[in-house]
Design a protein around this ligand. Structure first.
Ligand code: NBP
Length: 488
């Protein structure tokens, strides 16, 4: 491979699920690729797969030096290893053989500040750096993911022709990739994408719970309902796979597999980072936070089993049994509740991205982000086109909820949404995502909130001052003294 004519166009290090599939995708699009992994067995597996899947131009290397030297200059190397220390170790391993002007691209779910730290460190030795969030899981990586590259624009230009071809292609809106912005913006946007994904999954699971627990729908019926929903405004990857899941029979026992899956959700950290960032930036993201809390609570399986015993005799099960509902009406209501709550969740995610963009001066374009999420990624949905249009209509839109089209949709769906939340509350079924989304909507749309009282309390016990509705300035009142006079 050392001859100039035989050098590959790009390299990829880290051949687990994502790396292996992305390497094959790149090769299939006509870009010869060198591959490397710490454990060499994955290198051989990848080369073997490349042969089987059409003799793709994938060249495997067992040592980092020959891997790096097999790539044409300036060398572009994508890393897809576990975020954190493995990324630093891989950079150390590879960078010693790289030369000025070469570039490292981290395709993992990395914390954005780590990318910014590494970009600076790489610049000191003349290397370029990109943090490129990749979404779409195994299937997306192989056949077309959504990619969010941020960092060195110069480096992006070197890989632009590759990523434009490798990304998912959406008719009428193009490849699902764009240069996101400077620094760690690509990782940040990917992180919020994952936060939104948490929200979507939680809301879907609540729709399932209400339909199953209150509406008593069977798995066959749930399959039908979700398949039907996937033909309309809710059409999306997550609704599609949900419909599929309900149809899968258990291969180890009678019944459906979904009923045997333990009700305990794992997580890797991007949802938590999203909520932490929202708090840091004073952005309300209650739907995403509720999704995260639900994962925490799901993890307390043993405690929940005990709690269920404690409350069994207190009537909670009876509440459920008492419900009689019109199935068709319930299905229709839940569809609308899911859609309206989803708008709230996306509004929160988009506001978080905008707040960070302002803080970091990244100049992110929200409509363009909605465009590159239309295909390839886990949250891909027909609905994202609407979001893109909303930001195209008004790039300064304060909140998706007040876009005239979304506002109209929220109003049309609010009665159904309120019915579902009330029904769930009365049935003792928790719908934290749908309920908190409704509270977000009701809070955001109200001109006057009870925050006057909170501020009065703060001034009462802490002299924190308050503003008045009828005159400018900052005021403090001796509430305690006045109250004492009244009470005496
Ligand atoms: P994993 O996140 O499971 O990481 C496995 C890879 O990291 C292997 O190649 C492994 O090498 C390598 N690695 C580890 Br672990 N420690 C290392 C070290 N100290 N030095 C060098 N290499 C090391 O892989 P993945 O699921 O393919 O994900 C890759 C990245 O993409 C992650 O950041 C992930 O969060 C992100 N992501 C994953 C998905 C998904 O659906 N899985 C989707 C989107 C994004 P080894 O083989 O020698 O152990």
């Amino acid at each position: 491979m050392a001859e100039e004519s035989k050098l590959t166009r790009i390299g990829l290090a880290g051949l687990a699920v994502m790396g292996q599939n992305l390497a094959l995708n790149i090769a299939e699009k006509g870009f010869p690729i060198s591959v490397y992994n710490r454990s060499t067995i994955k290198v051989d597996e990848t080369v073997e797969r490349a042969k089987k899947e059409g003799d793709l131009p994938v060249f495997g290397f067992h040592d980092p030096e020959s891997f790096v030297k097999s790539i044409q200059k300036p060398r572009m190397i994508i890393m897809l290893v576990k975020a954190g220390a493995p990324v630093d170790q891989t950079i150390k391993t590879l960078s010693q053989y790289m030369e000025k002007g070469d570039c490292i691209i981290d395709g993992g779910n990395e914390w954005y500040e780590n990318t910014e730290r590494r970009e600076k460190a790489m610049a000191e030795i003349g290397l370029l750096y990109l943090g490129m969030g990749v979404s779409g899981g195994e299937e997306g990586a192989r056949n077309g993911p959504s990619m969010m590259p941020g960092g060195s624009i110069e480096a992006y230009k070197y890989i632009e022709d590759i990523v434009l071809k490798v990304a998912a292609q959406v008719p009428d809106s193009g490849p699902c990739v764009t240069y996101i912005g400077e620094g760690g913006s690509g990782n940040f946007v990917k992180m919020v994408h994952n936060g939104i994904e948490y929200g979507d999954m939680q809301l879907i699971s609540e729709a399932y719970d209400v339909l199953k627990s209150v509406g008593k729908l069977s798995n066959e019926e749930l399959h039908q309902v979700f398949s039907e929903w996937n033909k309309g405004e809710l059409q999306s990857f997550l609704i599609e796979i949900t419909a599929d899941i309900f149809a899968i029979k258990d291969d180890k026992a009678d019944g459906y597999l979904v009923d045997k899956v333990l009700d305990k959700t794992g997580m890797k950290g991007t949802g938590k980072w999203t909520v932490q960032q929202a708090a840091d930036l004073s952005i309300a993201a209650p739907t995403i936070a509720a999704s995260l809390d639900s994962r925490f609570l799901s993890g307390l399986k043993d405690e929940r089993v005990e709690a269920a015993k404690v409350f069994k005799s207190s009537g909670v099960d009876d509440i459920l049994a008492d419900q009689t509902v019109d199935k068709e009406k319930l299905i229709n209501d839940v569809r609308q509740a899911l859609y309206a709550a989803k708008i709230c969740s996306y509004a929160q995610g988009m506001n978080l991205i905008r707040a960070k963009s302002v803080e970091k001066d990244w100049g992110l374009k929200l409509g363009e982000l909605a465009r590159i999420w239309k295909g390839g990624c886990i949250i891909r949905a027909i609905f994202l086109d609407r979001i893109k249009q909303a930001y195209d209509r008004n790039p300064e839109l304060a909140n998706l909820l007040v876009d005239p089209e979304f506002a109209k949709e929220m109003v049309e769906r609010q009665s159904a949404w309120r019915r579902v939340v009330c029904l769930a509350i009365n049935a003792g079924i928790s719908t934290p995502g749908m309920s908190t989304s409704l509270a977000y909507f009701d809070t955001y749309r109200r001109e006057r909130l009870p925050a006057n009282l909170v501020q009065a309390q703060r001034d009462y016990f802490g002299a924190h001052t308050y503003e008045r509705t009828d005159m400018p300035g900052s005021f403090h009142t001796e509430w305690f003294k006045l109250a004492k006079q009244i009470n005496n």
